[in-house]
Write a protein that binds this ligand. Structure first.
Ligand code: COA
Length: 330
């Protein structure tokens, strides 16, 4: 059995569209208020990509940042593993478009469909590729244009989501104890109807009926998702800590998927991590699904909250249901 850490983070990059949608903007189109949104979700604004910006383009910008920081070029990339719930097309994978944009000609490129934990699932795949010798330099990406599957007439979901991308170059660990110390991934397909996009896939291909019913957009049972999120994030925190052989007291920063401030607070409380050791930027970006963890990591590094040697607990949940966690020595 391979001993950990197998893989480490060598560089991060992000892409955030310029256009901002504030809570006040929603007050003009929906029966809602800034106060309600802040109180129930913690979200103040989210960024929305314009029509001409594809998911692959957001991923390209984030990937170039990560590659520059890692000091590698496109010719060095062995694998592009891209988590997304909003691929540019159903066929082929958005990772292949990204490969073409980067000119990473020798890489294998494919998407991972695991919704919000897509970055963690992709990190797990990268670890496997590195452990098996299939790849050295992996580009692990989370990229989303959730605005394209959000129903802006539905006040219970419209306010939650934003667009962004985050990327990391993941390389073999160097034997200095830094890297991914533990990982836990889990799914429960029985919970799929709580958060899903009913139309537009092979089950119910795009049609006039699908468009009339607006079933190409996300549907969500908010309260049930909330409860499942708190339960699964709690389990994921416990598992990652136990597998790494560390306690909550050892954690320098908890970096959770940014879905809702109340879910983050409940997760931190369960894990036993005080809120001053929790990375929160849901107020600025809303829920950016698979981009959320690399976006939070990048900001925490820029703010000096993550330094070399910091011990991090990453945790996420999302549609599927899928959930997962990792303890990382930075
Ligand atoms: N503005 C004003 N009122 C709203 C509203 C909005 N944007 N959205 C919903 N409401 C209303 C509801 O219609 C309901 O009204 P009613 O009592 O007259 O029926 C009331 O607020 C309470 O709705 P409820 O759904 O119980 O609220 P909530 O406290 O659960 O908050 C969410 C709703 C969506 C914010 C919350 O459930 C949530 O965050 N769930 C998790 C979502 C998530 O993270 N999804 C992504 C997973 S990766």
């Amino acid at each position: 059995m391979t001993t950990r850490p197998i893989a480490r983070f060598a560089g991060l990059g992000v892409a955030v569209p310029e256009k901002i949608l504030t809570n006040t903007d929603f007050e003009k189109i929906l029966d809602t208020s800034h106060e309600w949104i802040v109180e129930r979700t913690g979200i103040r604004e989210r960024h929305i990509a314009d029509e001409d910006t594809s998911v692959a383009m957001l991923a390209e910008q984030a990937s170039k940042g990560a590659m520059a920081r890692a000091g590698i070029g496109p010719e060095d990339v062995d694998a592009i593993i891209l988590g997304t719930a909003t691929p540019d097309r159903l066929l082929p994978a958005t990772a292949c478009d990204l490969q073409a944009l980067l000119g990473a000609d020798k890489a294998v490129a494919f998407d991972v469909s695991a919704a919000c934990p897509g970055f963690l699932y992709s990190l797990g795949v990268a670890e496997g590729f590195i452990a098996s010798g299939l790849a050295q330099n992996c580009l692990v990406v989370g990229a989303e244009k959730l605005s394209t599957i959000t129903d802006y007439t539905d006040r219970s979901t419209a306010i939650l989501f934003g667009d962004a991308a985050g990327a990391a170059v993941v390389q073999p660990a160097e034997g200095d104890g830094r890297g991914v110390l533990s990982m836990f991934l889990r799914s429960d397909g029985k919970l799929a109807p709580l958060l899903y996009r009913p139309g537009g896939g092979a089950c119910d291909p795009i049609s006039t009926k699908v468009v009339e019913e607006r079933s190409q957009y996300m549907k969500m049972a908010g309260r049930e998702v909330f409860k499942a999120a708190v339960r699964t994030m709690a389990q994921a925190c416990d598992e990652a800590l136990t597998r790494a052989g560390v306690s909550a007291d050892d954690i320098d920063l908890l970096v959770p998927h940014q879905a809702n401030i109340r879910i983050l607070e409940a997760t931190a409380k369960h894990a036993g991590v005080p809120m001053d050791k929790v990375m929160v930027n849901v107020d600025r970006y809303g829920n950016t699904s698979s981009a959320s963890i690399p976006l939070a990591l990048d900001q925490a590094v820029a703010e000096g909250r993550i330094k070399q040697g910091s011990l991090l607990l990453l945790v996420a949940f999302g549609a599927g249901f899928t959930w997962g966690s990792a303890v990382v020595r930075w």
